[in-house]
Design a binder for this molecule. Structure first.
Ligand code: C2E
Ligand code: CA
Ligand code: CA
Length: 340
């Protein structure tokens, strides 16, 4: 810790960066060179007015933020600190929510055939009703637990509930495929495929009734464990979808090597469809390339009739998005299905 007396923000930052430079060029006396990449967090305070622990926490928050932004030093801001506190609370509460089984629930967003308009299935999306924070988006809490031990029980929860719902619909005679989002880390679990297949067989659900959505990065260049899990799932008859297609770096060169059945084109390419010529060219080539390689193509984020009509013309197989339906609670999904 380094204390500096009353100066301006810019002087503080300059001082921090000077310190950091000194740390970077630190001569190591040992034979083994040590690489340090320090990040400095700065927390301004008035002596005696703030508790020591709060000063340290603020400095730490500033440091984390600077690191995330790829900067060498960062100044504490109270708004950032609030966001760190929120993340801290969310992360800490996931375990409890899984245990009490009252706060998480699934919603289902229809996927329809662009050729016939028929509903072919639905994507299961996780929702969290937090007792004090209200509805929290998966876009906020999923990234917090990816690469942590929490990823396993959370995905297990999602799979269990999605499979149960798929089985209910299957018994009702609905031919619906339910797709489930799985994180890259889940594939690193040695018994992932076994547990998943066991759950499906407990419900006597045909394996074709579930599709697993994984991002490109999860599907490319994984280790042996992940490759084995994928192989086992595919051998058992499950379908694999490449989620958020087009957002990774390696889409084109690796596409033919990915063991998958479906390509889901990311919504950033779809939303403006029918308005922007360049996007249209991109989507057109994504669809024909995916088709040439034998994939089924789903467009995500279809928000307008214009986008929908363009996708029909471009020969895309399926569409999903607010224009068709929002993610729905199971009973609302059933009503929606009845009304079609
Ligand atoms: P995703 O897999 O790309 O899911 C699609 C997201 O797009 C969903 O957001 C959905 O509500 C939203 N969406 C659907 N149609 C439209 C549209 O027409 N316009 C726009 N602007 N958005 C649309 P959601 O439910 O907030 O999920 C965000 C992300 O969180 C998901 O992105 C997925 O990566 C992750 N996620 C959600 N549920 C799970 C889960 O059960 N497990 C895991 N591992 N990740 C999940
Ligand atoms: Ca998805
Ligand atoms: Ca997606």
């Amino acid at each position: 810790m380094h204390l500096v007396n009353q100066t301006s923000d810019s002087e503080l930052l300059a001082e921090a960066l000077r310190l950091r430079q000194a740390l970077l060029t630190l001569e190591t006396t040992r034979a083994v060179p040590v690489l340090v990449y320090p990040t400095i967090g700065i927390a301004p305070f008035c002596l005696g007015e703030v508790a020591t622990a709060d000063i340290l926490r603020s400095a730490y928050a500033a440091c984390l933020d600077a690191r995330q932004a790829g900067e060498g030093a960062g100044l504490y801001s109270s708004s950032l600190d609030a966001s760190y506190q929120r993340r801290f609370i969310l992360f800490g509460d996931i375990g409890r929510a899984l245990e009490n089984d009252q706060e998480f629930y699934l919603v289902f967003q229809p996927r329809i055939s662009l050729a016939s308009g028929e509903c072919l299935g639905a994507e299961a999306l996780l929702r969290w009703h937090h007792p004090t924070l209200g509805e929290v988006s998966p876009g906020e809490f999923i990234p917090l637990i990816e690469n942590t031990p929490m990823a396993e029980p959370l995905t297990q929860w999602v799979l269990r509930h999605a499979i149960r719902q798929a089985a209910v619909w299957y018994r009702q005679g609905e031919a619906l495929q339910v797709s489930v989002n799985v994180s890259a880390t889940n594939l690193e679990e040695e018994d992932f495929a076994r547990r998943l297949l066991e759950e499906m067989s407990n419900w006597a659900l045909p394996t074709t009734a579930i599709e697993i959505e994984l991002t490109e990065s999860a599907l490319i260049g994984q280790g042996q464990v992940a490759a084995d899990q994928l192989k086992a799932l595919i051998a058992a008859g499950l379908r694999i979808a490449i989620d958020d297609f087009g957002t990774g770096y390696s889409s084109l060169s690796y596409l033919h090597e990915i063991p998958a059945h479906t390509v889901k084109i990311d919504r950033r390419f779809i939303t403006d469809l029918g308005e922007d010529k360049r996007t249209e060219t991109l989507v057109n080539s994504m669809i024909s390339m995916a088709h040439d390689l034998g994939y089924r193509v789903v467009a995500e984020g279809v928000e307008s009739d214009a986008a929908y009509q363009r996708l029909v013309q471009l020969g895309c197989d399926e569409a999903q998005g607010y224009f068709i339906a929002r993610p729905l609670l199971p009973e609302v999904f059933e009503e929606w299905l009845q009304e079609r």
